[in-house]
Design a protein around this ligand. Structure first.
Ligand code: FE2
Length: 289
């Protein structure tokens, strides 16, 4: 590729990329769905259909019929897309794949993902050190909730596009290495860790766009300059827009999200005690190949 669309000084490459991106954007979450017979061993056609969607918008949803409680399903699915290096979260199971369900006791019930409460817009691992960024993710549904628990999704490249359209200064502000600061020790999700600052938008060594973000207002400090404040407000408006590029997805049993760590949230939910919601989450340092 000549030029990089994420270079603010390369307007020509950006314009070509922008037109393609807008033309290819999915209109609804259903456009992301690919029926598969066995996510552990995809056919070439199923694999190709998933990759085609990921190329367009960094995400795809597979719909299979594997309803077993088996973390090997997301692991083997991910491996077919070059996702190998799992992020070993200390709260995750020993194999590095987290069970996302309501925990009534133990440490995990203190952390929002392990409750039935809503989770605000974010990318996974936004609090991680720069050399330990989450680039790929699989979220596999074994059982859904009696009601609620849906996800909103937004391709982080589309968020970039919308911000750059409004004002390239937003992108410049959010690329600053000190745009966001996660203070020491105050994140409910990960407990004790040192203060961690970093950019919202950055480029991987291979030129791909990476994004770190959380809509949380506690345990995060945004840079206090006017440009950063304006950019964060603009991003908030993009994410609040329920029309347009924000997709609404419901993962039913056997379905899963495969993505390059796009922006997402989760609605509150209510469990059926007889079959409580269970998802497996696998986070990777790798991007989908
Ligand atoms: Fe997440």
């Amino acid at each position: 590729m000549n030029g990089n669309p994420f270079d603010l000084d390369d307007a020509a490459t950006y314009q070509r990329w922008r037109e393609r991106k807008l033309a290819d954007a999915p209109a609804k979450a259903e456009d992301l769905i690919v029926e598969v017979s066995d996510p552990r061993a995809l056919s070439a056609a199923e694999h190709g259909a998933l990759i085609e969607r990921i190329r367009r918008c960094n995400m795809a949803i597979y719909a299979g019929r594997m309803l077993d409680e088996d973390p090997d399903v997301p692991r083997r699915l991910g491996a077919q897309f070059g996702l190998q290096r799992l992020d070993a979260n200390w709260l995750a199971g020993e194999d590095g794949i987290s069970e996302i369900r309501v925990f009534d006791d133990g440490t995990r019930k203190l952390y929002i993902p392990y409750t039935d409460r809503p989770i605000k817009w974010h990318t996974d691992g936004y609090y991680n050190a720069p050399e330990w960024q989450i680039r790929g993710m699989v979220l596999h549904c074994v059982r859904d909730a009696a009601s609620g628990g849906d996800n909103r999704l937004l391709d982080h490249e589309m968020a970039y596009l919308l911000l750059r359209e409004e004002d390239p200064g937003h992108v410049r502000a959010l690329t600053q290495p000190d745009a966001m600061l996660i203070p020491e020790r105050v994140d409910e999700q990960d407990g004790v860790r040192p203060a961690q600052g970093g950019p919202v938008f950055s480029l991987d060594p291979d030129g791909h766009l990476h994004m770190r973000y959380t809509a949380r207002t506690r345990s995060i400090a945004w840079k206090q300059d006017a440009a950063t404040q304006a950019a964060v407000a603009a991003l908030g408006r993009v994410l609040a827009g329920d029309a347009g590029p924000v997709l609404h997805a419901h993962l039913a049993p056997g379905m899963g999200l495969l993505c390059n760590n796009v922006l997402h949230d989760r609605a509150a939910f209510r469990d059926d005690p007889a079959r409580p919601r269970l998802l497996y989450r696998a986070r990777y340092l790798d991007r989908i190949a």
